[in-house]
Ligand binder design. Structure first.
Ligand code: CO
Length: 209
C-alpha cells in the first residue's frame, strides 16, 4: 500500500499541469540544470526559495538549514557551495533569512530544545556580542527581527571568507554574495544592501592572496 497517497495524487496533478503548460518542460530540465543563483536559506516551511522568487524548477540551486547559517566547517554547506560555484558557475549567492525566525528567537531565549541548542550557539554568540544594542529595542518582535538581520550579515561575511568564494574571485569569476530577509507577514523580500563582489570589500585579516 502506498503511504501518503494524497501527496502522490497532488504530484501527478502538478506534473500533468506543468507538462500541459509547457510540453518540453521535463525533457528540457532532465538534460541539465543551469541555475544562476545559489540560495542559502532557513529550513522554515514558510520560506520556499524558488517559489517566493517566482522562479521555476531548474533556476535556483538551494541549500537550507535551521536559521540559514554558514559555518566554515560545515561539509554539507561547503559541498553545495563548491559545486554551485565551480561546476554550475552560479553568478549570485543569496543568503536569505526571514523575520520572526524561530531559530533566532530560540537562540535569544533561555529554553533548551535539545541538540539544536548547539547549532543555534552560533546565533547566541552573535546575540551576546550585540546584547546591549538589541535589548535597547523596546518591542520584543523588533528585537528578534533585528537579530535576523544581523544574522544574515554575519553569514554573508562567513560565506565571503570561504576559500571557495575567494578562489572564484582570484580566478576572475564573477560572483556576488547578497544578504536578504524575507517577510512572512507580507511575502516580500528585503535587500539588506550588503552585496559583496570583490575581496577588497573584506576586512584585511580574512583576505586570501
Ligand atoms: Co527560520
Amino acid at each position: 500500500m502506498k503511504t501518503l497517497p494524497h501527496l502522490f495524487q497532488s504530484n501527478r496533478d502538478w506534473a500533468a499541469r506543468t507538462a500541459a503548460a509547457d510540453p518540453a518542460f521535463f525533457t528540457r530540465l532532465s538534460g541539465q540544470q543551469s541555475p544562476q543563483y545559489l540560495w542559502i536559506g532557513c529550513a522554515d516551511s514558510r520560506v520556499p526559495a524558488t517559489e517566493i522568487c517566482g522562479l521555476q524548477p531548474g533556476e535556483m540551486f538551494v541549500h537550507r538549514n535551521i536559521a540559514n547559517l554558514v559555518v566554515h566547517s560545515d561539509m554539507n554547506m561547503l559541498s553545495v557551495l563548491q559545486y554551485a560555484v565551480e561546476v554550475l558557475k552560479v553568478k549570485h549567492v543569496i543568503i536569505c533569512g526571514h523575520y520572526g525566525c524561530g531559530g533566532v528567537k530560540a537562540a535569544m531565549g533561555r529554553d533548551s530544545y535539545g541538540l539544536i541548542d548547539n547549532w543555534l550557539r552560533f546565533i547566541k554568540d552573535l546575540y551576546a556580542k550585540h546584547h546591549a544594542a538589541i535589548e535597547a529595542i523596546e518591542d520584543p518582535n523588533e528585537r528578534v527581527n533585528r537579530m535576523c538581520e544581523l544574522n544574515v550579515a554575519k553569514q554573508v561575511a562567513n560565506l565571503c571568507y570561504t576559500t571557495i568564494v575567494q578562489d572564484a574571485w582570484k580566478r576572475g569569476q564573477p560572483l556576488s554574495v547578497h544578504g536578504w530577509v524575507y517577510g512572512l507577514h507580507d511575502g516580500l523580500l528585503k535587500d539588506l544592501d550588503m552585496c559583496v563582489s570583490a575581496p577588497e570589500q573584506l576586512p584585511e585579516p580574512y583576505r586570501i592572496d
